[in-house]
Design a protein around this ligand. Structure first.
Ligand SMILES: Nc1nc2c(ncn2[C@@H]2O[C@H](COP(=O)(O)OP(=O)(O)O)[C@@H](O)[C@H]2O)c(=O)[nH]1
Ligand SMILES: [Mg+2]
Length: 233
């Protein structure tokens, strides 16, 4: 099913192409049916991606605290093992479900589809998928989301968009997270934004700090606007 081929791209560099065509076609078919279901129930579906430790779960907690009295929100969260993230999110009082992938480095549409009946979609305005933490595999799998949002933490270094272009190319928004650490790190928001926009010139960029509550109100306003747009469809 998976065919790996390598071609010489430049001196000293080997370019690998991974063509999981059948797997991705099957995934896209299921993603389309998720998208149709979300259209029917008018539920905004957001796929949150990033490296491990960039602050996805913390952002889910913070977003739940800010929005749970205004809208109905739920989260499904993928990890290789443990239910720790779902437990953290549940502490805020919202419904969260853990998908344990058992070693698979990304969520696939079929995994999301299988657990959809555990969410009362008719009543949910906003459903987040916190994807498995890495900037590689999750980029290739459409989960039927309305928007893909990628966190880029200041602790990761500002050179990632050009190293992992597919993730930034397929994202709608880049959240520069852990902005409170900027004074202590050699990280340029300007440089990371420039690189990311050279990959995807339509990418929206917002700087946030979950611990200092910076940019979180703007993030929540963006979400509320997208929820309203979806309901108006
Ligand atoms: N300084 C700082 N640390 C953060 C922020 N957001 C998350 N963290 C910390 O980063 C670590 C990883 O966060 P987590 O939400 O588990 O990341 P995930 O693996 O992407 O879900 C935890 O120790 C968090 O407390 C932030 O805005 N600023
Ligand atoms: Mg997490």
């Amino acid at each position: 099913m998976s065919v790996e081929k390598s071609t010489k791209a430049a001196r000293g560099t080997v370019q690998c192409e991974n063509t999981n065509i059948h797997l991705l076609k099957a995934n896209d078919f299921v993603a389309d049916s998720i998208r149709k279901e979300m259209h029917r129930t008018k539920t905004l579906l957001i796929n949150i991606t990033s490296s491990a430790g960039s602050g996805k779960t913390t952002l889910m907690q913070k977003t739940a605290e800010k929005l749970k009295d205004k809208i109905t929100m739920a989260v499904m969260v993928g990890d290789l093992e443990t239910e720790r993230d779902a437990e953290r999110i549940r502490e805020t009082g919202i419904h969260a479900l853990q998908i344990v992938t058992g070693g698979i480095c990304h969520l696939e549409a079929q995994m999301v589809h299988q657990v959809l009946d555990q969410f009362d979609l008719e009543t949910i305005d906003l459903l987040f998928i916190e994807n498995v933490g890495n900037l590689v595999c999750p980029a290739s799998f459409d989960l039927g989301e309305d928007y893909r949002v990628t966190l880029m933490a200041t602790t990761e270094g500002d050179d990632k968009p050009k190293k992992y272009p597919k993730m930034f190319l397929t994202s709608d928004m880049m959240l520069v997270s852990k902005a409170d650490l900027l004074p202590f790190l050699p990280f340029s928001v300007e440089a990371v934004t420039k690189d990311a926009r050279e990959v995807n010139h339509e990418l929206e960029v917002l700087q946030i700090s979950a611990v200092k509550d910076e940019g979180i109100d703007e993030w929540c306003d963006w979400l509320l606007q997208k929820i309203a747009d979806k309901k108006a469809l």
